[in-house]
Design a protein around this ligand. Structure first.
Ligand code: SF4
Length: 175
């Protein structure tokens, strides 16, 4: 039986996603995820449906160059950006929407996106990215622990449920 997931900063971390309520989706503007080979195949399979929901500029970029770039991040090729936003962003993540329609928001999104802002410690435990934790470098406002009083251990329940399904030695590079 799997052990319950440990969140190292559960007592102190706060987080609240305000997408659509003040945040226009900034994590999809400068998050720049990469995709594993398994994710590449999964996204390729759903790409025709995703393309129908995309911004025209993103569709054009994909038709000309593909949705993956040659740049490597965390061991995997990065998802393309078009006009400053991830190609899969169009007033929200189209991969998220397609997965949610099938009952699982994480079904098609890269795992880096599905888990954000969770980070593995490498020993089976996780922590919530916060400006004051482990030298966090991303200046994204929602990582400021003073941005919200909501306990991350509760507000991140969907992301924690995804993390709980992963092996104890999960690492981005070997995902
Ligand atoms: S794949 Fe989706 S969640 Fe991830 S950055 Fe792109 S639009 Fe955002």
């Amino acid at each position: 039986m799997k052990k319950p997931l440990t969140l190292a900063n559960a007592e102190t971390a706060t987080f609240e996603c305000t997408f659509g309520r003040g945040c226009e989706g900034l994590c999809c503007k400068n998050g720049e995820p990469s995709a594993t080979e398994v994710e590449r195949l999964r996204i390729e399979a759903v790409l025709p449906r995703a393309m129908e929901l995309m911004r025209p500029v993103a569709r054009d970029a994909i038709e000309q160059l593909g949705w993956l770039t040659d740049e490597i991040k965390l061991g995997h090729p990065m998802v393309r950006v078009a006009d400053e936003w991830c190609v899969f962003f169009n007033e929200g993540c189209v991969l998220h929407k397609l997965g949610a329609q099938e009952g699982d928001f994480s079904k098609y999104k890269p795992i880096q996106c599905s888990l954000f802002p969770l980070e593995p410690n490498g020993d089976g435990s996780w922590y919530v990215r916060q400006w004051d934790v482990d030298g966090e470098e991303w200046d994204l406002f929602c990582l400021n622990p003073e941005n919200s009083a909501k306990r991350a251990a509760e507000s991140l329940a969907p992301e924690l449920a995804v993390a709980a399904q992963l092996p104890a030695d999960f690492a981005w590079e070997t995902a």
